[in-house]
Design a protein around this ligand. Sequence first.
Ligand code: SAH
Length: 287
Amino acid sequence: MTTEESKTSRNRKRKRQRNPKPSKEELIETTPKNQNNKKSQRDTKVQQHGGSSASSKRPKPSNFLDALRERLSGGQFRMLNEKLYTCSGKEALDYFKDDPEMFDMYHTGYQQQMSNWPELPVNSIINWLLSKSSSLVVADFGCGDARIAKSVKNKVFSFDLVSKNPSVIACDMSNTSLESSSVDVAVFCLSLMGTNYSSYIKEAHRVLRPSGMLLIAEVKSRFDPNNGGADPKDFVKAVCELGFTSVLKDFSNKMFILFHFKKKEQVNSDQKIIKWPELKACLYKRR
Ligand code: SAH
């Protein structure tokens, strides 16, 4: 390296240290640009009780070390997120059993991601529950910080891979401790992550009573067939073949899709093989 080159390199290094680049993640699959992002009335209610962090931007790192820490944890979040989307529920459970701190790491990153979303799907679900009788028993599959249980009066069974609070039951949600036909509402909010996601929906079908409701919120890009995502029609068909009727498909939000299904009264006697579409992993890249 010439003296001039090494001087320039030193200057660049100094400049980088003065202005460290904070780590930010971005959903790899961008959502269509001209989507209608109208706030529904239901979602405006959210502010009243949800403790939504959706519109609060996280603070900028104040110094180099903070920025570095943020960058490292951002990288770990992306790695964990990818892992959860590309392994089975059982593998994910074993992984976090060995290293429960990783679960905190994942959830810190998850909350940061969510703070960029204009509306949180969990709040739509909470509002739906608040509009129904509080006597309905709810199972929250992949509950995260158990926001649903904290926000409604209903009896809520909250399941996740790790229990960070005594009300959360740690398990792989394809195999819960609930009795068959014992709950009125089953919720999956951004939690159909494992490669064996159909086994989670089968478990929900088992624990739901006849006419019970299945509510699913998922990242929109996972259901964008033009971008390698699943065709929502194939997904709805598969869920219906399992023994549900489709009640609602809401594509109005920019970031997520909502599906509501009702469990059929009668179990299908002709058990045909269901073709579950692959749900594209929702990965993040650094930007
Ligand atoms: N429903 C919450 C959290 C969504 S993040 C919300 O909307 O805020 C997805 C959650 O699903 C994570 O906490 C993850 O640990 C959980 N999860 C993924 N696969 C799971 C499985 N097989 N069993 C239990 N929980 C699972």
